[in-house]
Design a protein around this ligand. Sequence first.
Ligand code: KIV
Ligand code: ZN
Length: 528
Amino acid sequence: MTVTKSKQNKVFIFDTTLRDGEQAPGFSMNIDEKLHFADQLVKLGVDIIEAGFPISSPGDFEAVKRISERVKGVQVAGLARANFKDIDVAWDALRYAENPRIHTFISSSDIHIQYQFKKTREEVLAIAVDAVKHAAKYTSNVEFSPMDATRSDWNYVAQMVEAVIKAGATTVNIPDTVGYAIPSEFHEFIKFLFNTVPNIDKAIISVHCHNDLGLATANALAAIEAGARQVECTINGIGERAGNTAMEELVMALKTRGEKFQVYTDINSKQIMSTSKLLTHITGVSVQPNKAIVGANAFAHESGIHQDGVLKNAMTYEIMKPEDVGITKSTLVLGKHSGRHAVIARLNSLGYNLTDEELERFFKLFKVLADKKKQIFDEDLEVLVGEAVYKMKGRYKVTNVQISTGMYSPPMTLVTIKDRYNDGVETFDVAHGNGGVDAGINAVKKITETSAKIESFNLVAITGGSDALCEVTVTVVEEVNGRQLKVFGNGVNIDISVAGILSFVDALNKLEYKKQRNHIGEKIEAKL
Ligand code: KIV
Ligand code: ZN
C-alpha cells in the first residue's frame, strides 16, 4: 500500500555498513571497494552514509575524505569520540562533502562511566555538551549518541538528550550498543524520551540497534512506532558481533506493512539485491540461505502445498514480490554466441551498469567462461561482475596454476604469482600436498613466505552441473606484532583447486592491505 508522504513520516536511512559493518572482524574493505560501495549506496537511495571513523586509522581517514569528495546528493557522516581532537580530525576528512555530518558519542551507562571512563555522570554530561558545541562550530549537521543508552538510567539519558540538543545536536541517536533491549521496552524508552525531553522536537531521534539477541530489526521497528525517524543500519545486517539492524529487513518491513507503520523511506528497493550481492563480492562473506529478503531461499518455495499455492496465485505464500527487491528471473539463456548487447541488457536488468572499462574486463572473463561452459546463468554473471569490477587489486596476482594429481600419484601443484610491490616480478614454485588445493596453497606459502594460516575453507557450486563455477571462501588468520589479523578470501573458478588457490591469495592481499592501513606496529589512535 502507498503511504502519503509528509515531513513527519519520512524515516531517514543512515547506512553504517562502511563504519560499524566494516569494523567487524573479516569485513575490512580497501579504499576502491569502499568507493564502489558508496556509489551503490547512493543508487540505493540512502540518506546518510557513515563512511568511517577518521581518527581510528589513516585508511579510515582517507576513505571518509575520498567518499566525501565523491558522492553527491547524500549526507556523509564521520564518527568521532567526544573530544576535540577526534572531532577536528573527523572534520578534516568530512569538509569536502556536499552535506557533511559529524557524529560524536560518549557512553551514558553507569557501567561504562564508572569502569571504562572512571568519571562521574556530571563530568560525562559536560564532555558531551562541549563536544557537540565544538562540532557545531564546523557544521550545523551534528549527531550525538549516548552509547549503551539502553543499559543507562532513563532519566540521565533524557537529561543528556536535552543538553546536547540545546548545545546544537540536530540528530540524537539512541544506541542499543550491546543488543540488550527487547521491542516492548525499547518502544517505551523512546516514548519516555518524547514525553520527557522538552526540546525533543528540535532534533530527529534515531536508533542504532545491535543484534545480539536477534532483535535488532524488531527493536528498530518498535522505535519507529514510538516516533523515531532515523534508523542506523547495515546491508546484510553486518556489524560488531552479531551485527546491526539489516537495512533490507527494515525497509521491506516498512514497505510491506505500510498500513501499520504509516511511514516511508526513500530507498529504491529494487536495488536491494544488487547492493547485498556487491557487499558479499567485496567482503567474500555470503549471507545464509535463509536470510530474510536477500538469502538464496528467501523467495524459494519447496513444499508441494506452497508450490501449488504460488503457481495458482503468488499471494498465497508470498508477502513481497521478488521483483520489488531486484530479483528478476531470466528466460534468456546466454552463452558463447550471445551478442554484447544481450549480455549488457541482462546485466542492466540485474542492476549492474558497468563503465566501458569495467565492461572490457567483464567481457574478457565472460569469454573465458563461455568457452568452457555452455549456458551462462544470472548467478554466473554476478560472479563475473564481482571478479571484474570489485575484486581488490592487491599485491599478489596469480598468473598460472598447473595441477598434477591422480589416484595413485602424489598431488603436486605449480603456482606462478606476480608481485605488484616488486616491479611485477613473476615467481613460480611447486609443492606437494593432500590434494591439488593443499599443494597449491603450499606453493603460494613458499612464494610469498607468509605465516598466515587457513582457519576455515568453504566451497559452493554457483550453478548446477559438473561444469558449474565454484566459489571458495576461506578464513585466514595471521599473527602480526602480537595482534591476530583475520580476513576472508574469496575465489571463483570452474576448477575447484584453482578457486581454492585464488581465495587464499585474495585473503593474503587483504591481510597486506590491513597491515598497511593500520600501520601495524604503530599505535592506532582509536578502535571502538
Ligand atoms: O553501537 C554503538 O553504540 C555505536 C555508536 C558509536 C553509535 O556504534
Ligand atoms: Zn554500533
